[in-house]
Design a protein around this ligand. Sequence first.
Ligand code: B12
Length: 351
Amino acid sequence: MGTFSDSSEETLLVERLDELTMTIEQALINLEEPGIRSFTRDRFSLREYVGNTIASLAEAIATGQPDPYSRQMGWMRSYLRGLGIQSSAAQRVGNTIQDTLKQSLSPSEVKVIQSSFTAGTEVFSTTHWEQSSFLEDDAPHVDVARDYLAALLRARGNEARQVVLDAADRGLTLPEIYLNVLEPVQYEIGRLWEIGKVGVADEHYASGITHLVMAQLYLRFVSLEPKKRTVVCAATDDQHELGIRMVADLFEYDGWTAVFLGARTPVEDVISAVQRYEADLLAVSATLYTSILRIRDMLKRLKASEHASIPVIAGGFIFRQNPSILKDLGIVGSPRNAEEAVKLGNQLVKE
Ligand code: B12
């Protein structure tokens, strides 16, 4: 991937990309492709989609890897397919975005993002790849997970809660329930949404019940004599909270105090929470590629504060997809799941 010798040039390019958002939107609306009208006529979604695509390019520039952009293209291909839009039409959407940018940027700017474009185009030439189910036959406690999912998809919240509470009565531990039941079911719902098999309402309903189940389990399992402290939060503007909530709960299950700030906490407030709650560790979650720049900014400001020495761990869906995405940023580690997060926390902070 091409890079700039000067970071102000990088900032300028990212600003230029932002300015081009409306031009791209218009180019997509003008596309003479009846197949994609279901996508372009919903202006709010189109704006969000173009914004996310531009953000993914900015992430690619910041990290020096084409991966954020090519994954965004892969996601788009799969999402459009869920709307009944063929891959060839989806490819035209991708090409239109790239052509519009090429026409509007200078050759040296295009050079920096060319490898992202190449990787993004390759997504369309591979035979269709679809994420397989997260509830494979050999997954631990898959029967419980399947029963839970089935009840959620029938909007039987009480039944779903009972499935999990019965499993707890049979001796499943909190980490087992979180990592083998709730996490894969949430992923599966995301997969079904991406391929158009369930709608946003199904996802919102399921996530609401999962929150409730977690709160019920928390009261049952969590220890009351905490010793070490961690502040946990999602990257600002990343609204995915369930994963970091699991991280918080499993820290508490292990005897820590976890100060859960959730999503949308401004960076300055995260830093002052670290001070106010005398945290020994900061754990940050990121689900979307657009969160990488936010975490980068948070770490920069943290390093410039009086809490520069606090260890920071990061995790979440994007790190599972690409563990190398945040290298060189001063993060001590990005464990794969909430249980591993606690293990690393215990190695980093001794009593
Ligand atoms: C529920 C959900 C939402 C809910 C979140 C509600 C809530 N209160 O949390 C809402 C509706 C807000 C939402 C919105 C969006 N979502 Co969403 N969402 C999901 C879904 C279905 C489940 C997320 C979840 O609960 N996962 C379960 C938890 C337990 O898993 P986890 O977060 O990975 O956490 C585990 C580990 O990663 C780790 N971990 C997590 N944090 C940390 C931190 C540390 C320090 C460590 C060490 C470890 C760690 O521990 C956890 C337990 O092991 C996912 C599907 C998926 N694959 O995740 C899509 C998904 C993440 N969403 C997606 C999208 C596209 C969006 C939207 C852009 C959609 C839109 N157009 O509006 C918006 C973005 C809004 C925003 N600005 O954040 C895509 C992302 C694609 C991508 N890679 O970019 C996904 C993957 C769906 C899909 N398959 O397409 N979403």
